[in-house]
Design a protein around this ligand. Sequence first.
Ligand code: IMP
Length: 178
Amino acid sequence: MDIVQLHDKRFEVFIDKATIANKVVALAKQIDADYKGLNPLFLGILNGSFIFAADLFRHISTPAEISFIKLASYRGTTSTGNIVTAIGLEENIAGRHIVIVEDIVDTGRTLHSFLPQVLQQQPASVQIACFLSKPEARVCEVVPRYMCFEIQDTFVVGYGLDYDGQGRNLPHLYRLCD
Ligand code: IMP
């Protein structure tokens, strides 16, 4: 399955599943060491992060918790553009060490809008762990502390990421064919 067709577009393998798996384990080890004894709370952002979050969390050995939230986005009345609200955040995050788990930081708008809401609840710390980052596409400043891969500004699917609902189940990461 080197080339896959999703809706009207064709995608080619970009990062294979073995490379992804090795990188996720290495990242988990780094996070594990940094958060030893701190009982971190991982907050996975649905839908895109579900596979990355599961693989990452499986390799955390210090006691830790995980929860998932969905971010609903709507157009704000100010020039800041979209405003996001978190759905499903039931944990009290005050005083907790939070690791936000995201599939990809693209323009940065989503997390830029969401982070102040997290900080308002006075967690002990907040860091971002993302599977992918597209620094060239950044519009809002968001700096992930932990990241598997930095990629160019190209559209990708697989390993949880979708194109119009399709492709999340693909084992490798694929990019749009030219
Ligand atoms: P941001 O607010 O622009 O950083 O957007 C982040 C969200 O856009 C991610 O959580 C993804 O759901 C989606 N996204 C951005 N780039 C891609 C891509 O290349 N493939 C699939 N989804 C993407």
